[in-house]
Ligand binder design. Sequence first.
Ligand SMILES: Nc1ncnc2c1ncn2[C@@H]1O[C@H](COP(=O)(O)OP(=O)(O)OP(=O)(O)O)[C@@H](O)[C@H]1O
Length: 257
Amino acid sequence: MRGPLLSACGVTKRFGGRIACRDVSFDLWPGEVLGIVGESGSGKTTLLNCLAGRLAPDGGSVTYETLSAGIVDVHHLSEARRRLLARTEWGFVNQDARDGLRMGVSAGANIGERLMAVGARHYGEIRREAIDWMTRVEIDADRLDDRPTTYSGGMRQRLQIARNLVSKPRLVFMDEPTGGLDVSVQARILDLLRGLVEGLHLSAVLVTHDLGVARLLTHRLMVMQGGMVVEQGLTDQVLDDPQHAYTQMLVASILPV
Ligand SMILES: Nc1ncnc2c1ncn2[C@@H]1O[C@H](COP(=O)(O)OP(=O)(O)OP(=O)(O)O)[C@@H](O)[C@H]1O
C-alpha cells in the first residue's frame, strides 16, 4: 500500500507571542480531500500556508511524497525546488483570485503558463488545452485573449481554478475558494469544484469557515479552535455527531432555529 501523500507532524507557528497554530499532525492520503474548519482567527490559513511551504513553521515538519524524488521535507527544500514543486505537482487556489492569477496577461496565457511549467511546448496544443479548460470551467472560449482584469469575480475564480488544475496537480491547496463571492456564484463554483475534485480524483486540503462547503467537498475534517485541532474525523461523522463542545457549537450555529 502507498503511504500518505502529505504528512504534518507537530506543526506550530507563532507570530510574536501569539501561537497561530499549535502541534498539528495529520496524514493526507492520495485521493483524499481534507477540510480545515474553524471560526475566524483559529489558525486555518496559517496552517495551510505552512503545509504549502509558503510560511516556515517554528516547530514540527511537513513531508510530501514527490512523484520522482520520494519523500521530501517541504521546509528543508531549497527555495528553487519548493517553487518547482509548487508549479509542477501542486496547485493553490486563493480566496482572492487576483492573488492567484497574473492579471496583466490574457486568460489563455494564465492557463498556458502552467502547462509550459510541466513541459508543454507546442503552441497549438497549449491553446487547444486552454480552450478546453475555459469550457470546463464555463467561461466562453472567445474570452481566451482577454485579461482577467476584464472578468467578473466569479469568472476570475473559475479561471484561477482552471490555471491550477490544467497541469493535473497531485495536490491542491484551497483557501476559502468561494469566499467573497455572492451566493449564486458560490453555488456554481462549488458545483464545478465538486465535479472536478471527483472527476480528477484530486487530493486536496481545503480551508473554509463554511460547514456547507466542507460537507459538499471534503471526505475528512479537522476542526480548529485557537490554533489547535480539537476534533477530526470523517466529515459526515463530525458534522452529524460532533463530539467536542466547540464543534457542537459550530454545527448548531448553522442549523435553522
Ligand atoms: N502575518 C501575521 N502576523 C501576525 N499575526 C498573524 C499573521 N497571520 C496571522 N496572524 C494571527 O494568527 C492567528 C490565526 O490567523 P489565521 O489567519 O491563520 O486564522 P484563520 O482561521 O485563517 O482566520 P480567517 O478565517 O479570518 O482567515 C490570528 O490571531 C491572526 O491574528
